[in-house]
Design a protein around this ligand. Structure first.
Ligand code: FRU
Length: 490
């Protein structure tokens, strides 16, 4: 397991490097070794030289047997003097212990980005560079983040497909290969999004008895920093947008800090599991943590549903995370919470509310007069002036995470205070499932219908939470369930 650290903002159940800077998750692959053992590998964009700067990037490495407890491993890929190893992916060659890594090489002199191959002959212990790199070179300065997977044709053949982006022209290209070296361009998919594309991924998902393909990537501009998706079809050559799906891509997570997310290849239970970087290029490079910067998200399971002829991705925390629960605390106060009289809960000493999982279900009297807002303040100090507010706005149907009073908000003027997910249907019971880990909150609402992940930096001791209900006189909400599970360190 991980060596434990206990700096103020250090997450305890999220993966962080011991020291240094980390951004995108890379090479998410489950490797089943010939002796039968299986490991989830996590590589990541890593700068050992310092927590201050994202330059000098290579691939850090960790592995896990359960996606919960991680072993920090020696760095896998090292940058050169003026040559950085940007994001990419990994696959295991079936029936062997060989793992192939495809990454973007970024030449800091010419600024050219091209695609390169490295491999591990022993299931991810040692890593070797292919000697005839690059494997794809368009001599472009914006061309990166290859994600590869094995594509099976209907007649039982297979080949590797690479999705890779031309960020500034809002395009993903698809290439084909059988040897990781010779790549043939299959097609391109372009949409005018007015924000650059990074870190693509493409995978098939079941929707009831049917199959659809999901294309994800990360969208970035001064205004937006989100992992987004399209739903459509992929015939082995070309991705076609489903006619019912919006021409603007839809965020998978509406928080401010779920970026560059990609999914596992070869997941043994056939699940689609996604991990994202809990960060944002607008301010994470100056976030107030030392001697490391940034964490990866908790792994989420994706499911694709079709409701009223609309495709929608749902994200839920993987069930393995329940292993981290120890003693749980259950609310035993007065269940009716009246408008304007929030219920402040003080916790016993053994309930660590800085590293915990919260299950909160609130009943809203929708047929009579409902309140305006219901939710909870977490990471809240004794007096309550410091808190992170998470609520559902019944009038606007928005789920909101408000970190304006969350602690140190001044370290960057780009650290926006409020994020929201819109059009979350009003239901009689609203379920909040929240993971709090020192410097982040990951909020799942109504079993993954809405998701928001944000980072924050509390200054005060978090000793309390407050269940809130705002609205006109005599409106109220009822606490159906309120359980807090402190989580152990990984
Ligand atoms: C996304 C990204 C990628 C790039 C990497 C560099 O956060 O900008 O496009 O490969 O980070 O670290």
């Amino acid at each position: 397991a991980c060596e434990a650290f206990n700096e103020t903002y250090r997450p305890q159940f999220h993966f962080t490097p011991a020291r240094g800077w980390m951004n995108d998750p890379n090479g998410l692959v489950y490797v089943k070794e010939q002796d039968g053992t299986g490991w989830y590998h996590l590589f990541y964009q890593y700068n050992t030289l310092g927590e201050k700067s994202p330059g000098n990037i290579g691939w850090g490495h960790a592995k896990s047997q359960d996606l919960v407890h991680w072993d920090r491993l020696p760095q896998a890929l090292f940058p050169g003097e003026k040559f950085y190893i940007f994001s990419g992916s990994a696959v295991q060659i079936e029936g062997t212990d060989t793992v192939c890594l495809l990454y973007t090489g970024m030449n800091d002199v010419t600024k050219i980005q091209n695609q390169n191959l490295a491999f591990s002959p022993d299931g991810g212990e040692k890593f070797l560079e292919f000697t005839k790199n690059p494997v794809i070179d368009l001599k472009k300065t914006e061309f990166r983040d290859p994600k590869i997977f094995s594509y099976k044709t209907e007649d039982g053949r297979s080949y590797y497909v690479m999705a890779v982006v031309l960020p500034d022209v809002f395009t993903v290209q698809f290439y084909k290969s059988t040897d990781f070296i010779a790549w043939e361009l299959l097609s391109e998919f372009t949409m005018d999004t007015k924000a650059i594309w990074e870190c693509p991924d493409l995978f098939e998902m079941s929707v009831g008895p049917n199959k659809k393909w999901v294309l994800t990537f990360s969208l970035q501009s001064k205004e937006v920093s989100k992992t987004v998706y399209y739903v459509g079809d992929f015939d082995g050559t070309k991705f076609t947008l489903d006619p019912s799906f919006s021409t603007q891509p839809v965020p998978i997570d509406h928080g401010s800090d779920f970026y560059a997310a990609v999914t596992y290849e070869n997941e043994p239970q056939q699940r689609r599991i996604m991990i994202g970087w809990l960060g944002n290029w607008e301010y994470s490079t100056t976030s107030p943590t030392d001697p490391w910067r940034c964490s990866q998200s908790i792994p989420r399971m994706l499911e694709l549903k079709n409701i009223d002829n609309q495709y929608k991705l749902y994200s839920t925390p993987i069930p393995e995370l329940t292993k981290l629960r120890k003693t749980s605390w259950t609310f035993s106060g007065k269940p009716v919470i009246s408008a304007g009289s929030p219920t402040v809960v003080s916790f016993p000493k053994d309930i660590d509310t800085r590293h915990c999982e919260i299950e909160l279900e609130l009943q809203i009297p929708i047929s009579s007069r409902p309140p305006d807002k219901v939710g909870i303040q977490v990471l809240r100090n004794e007096a309550g002036e410091e808190n992170t507010l998470i609520y559902y706005d019944i009038k606007t149907k928005n789920v909101v995470v408000d970190r304006s009073k969350s602690g140190n908000v001044k370290f960057s003027d780009r650290f926006l205070s409020v994020v929201s997910e819109q059009n979350v249907p009003l239901r009689e019971i609203i379920k909040f499932h929240i993971f709090v880990d020192a410097s982040s909150v990951e909020v799942f609402v109504n079993d993954g219908e809405a998701v928001l992940s944000s980072i924050l930096f509390p200054n005060q001791k978090s000793t309390t939470m407050s269940v809130i209900c705002d609205g006109q006189a005599a409106t109220f909400t009822i606490v159906k369930k309120f359980v807090v599970h402190p989580l152990t360190s990984i």
